[in-house]
Design a protein around this ligand. Sequence first.
Ligand SMILES: [Zn+2]
Length: 136
Amino acid sequence: MPAEKGVKIDLSSEYPCPCRRAGRLNPIALTEAFGCDRCQHIFIVQDNYQQLQQISGASPYKRGWRWNGRRWLPLHSRWGELFLPMMLGITIVLIAVWLPLILQASVEGTVLFWVLVAVLLALLPALIVWLAYWRS
Ligand SMILES: [Zn+2]
């Protein structure tokens, strides 16, 4: 995959917002930051005007983008886009495989049931993080 060279971000220009709500980024006076008119997020310019980073209290992810002259390219989207849905997929498969076993089993099944509950509880934060990530 060839690395696309970033184009310097011009603070006096208007850019589309990298959020999924078709917002516009407006420069915030006297700062190196942009504000979106739709999602209300603040984005700061970093890395020698090469990089845009979202300031967000809700998302645990540091979301960043590079401007390629036409659109924003996410800096580290693959992790968030692939990992968490994969976790959810694995959870669904586990439930699908384990549930019939648990329903059939008797005493040993009780242990399995609690193991499953523990796994689900462990995955719950991942689900919450994933939802928070996609809503922003
Ligand atoms: Zn926005």
